[in-house]
Design a protein around this ligand. Structure first.
Ligand code: SF4
Length: 221
């Protein structure tokens, strides 16, 4: 496919996803608080958004602000975030990130990519989530679902799994204003249709635009 054909294909996918998921909300319930999204983004690594939402009810009741979390007892913090997995490193990161937010930024989260990457535990995935959701900036969040599904759809070879490569390809193919919402919609789509193990191809609203389906025909699940 030429570049313009690839962009047209991506635009068609964007259009169908917009129809099925008009709201495109972030699955993490952060109540509009940038600091909460920073914390929840870190906790969501190798954990489901649903579990993070549950854990964070207790977490934000005990530590309602970055200031409170910055001075948290680390063992108490670890005990609360334990259900999210990797709890020691996650607790250390969210405490240190809260302290950095207060000491370096007066509690106001910056939008600059490099500044966000300077926070403990924040990689490009979380930084892009923050930039897209909080600041309305073009931002491709290349989580495992996005990487899997966009490969199946044919935006790049299915074997491509490198987040930074995928981020660059999607940034090039998608309309900038659509990137953040697209990533939220892809997560919802992955949950409803394009699961890792048993995608529901027979009922899939993107089947007509899916290269995997085209290649394997109806034999695809
Ligand atoms: S047709 Fe199947 S593999 Fe393709 S996007 Fe839909 S669910 Fe995923």
């Amino acid at each position: 496919m030429t570049k313009s054909q690839k962009r047209a294909h991506a635009a068609a996918v964007v259009s169908v996803l917009r129809e099925i998921y008009p709201a495109a909300e972030c699955a993490l319930q952060y109540a509009g608080d940038p600091w909460r999204l920073l914390v929840m983004g870190r906790l969501s690594a190798q954990c489901t958004d649903a579990r993070v939402n549950i854990v964070c009810k207790d977490l934000f009741t005990k530590y309602p602000s970055a200031e409170a979390m910055a001075s948290a007892d680390i063992e108490e913090l670890e005990a609360i975030v334990r259900p999210c997995g990797l709890y020691r490193v996650k607790a250390a990161d969210i405490k240190a990130a809260s302290a950095r937010l207060m000491s370096e930024y007066g509690g106001v989260l910056p939008s600059d990519m490099d500044a966000l990457l300077s926070f403990p535990g924040v990689g490009r995935k979380i930084a892009n989530l923050l930039r897209g959701d909080l600041f309305g900036l073009p931002a491709v969040v290349t989580d495992t679902h996005c990487i899997r599904i966009c490969g199946r759809l044919g935006f790049y070879p299915e074997k491509e799994k490198r987040p930074l490569v995928v981020e660059r390809i999607l940034t090039d193919l998608l309309p900038p204003a659509e990137t953040s919402d697209f990533c939220h919609r892809i997560v919802l789509f992955g949950r409803e249709y394009c699961m890792a193990r048993a995608p529901r191809c027979a009922e899939c609203p993107l089947a007509g635009l899916c290269k995997r389906r085209e290649k394997h025909g109806k034999a695809t699940h």
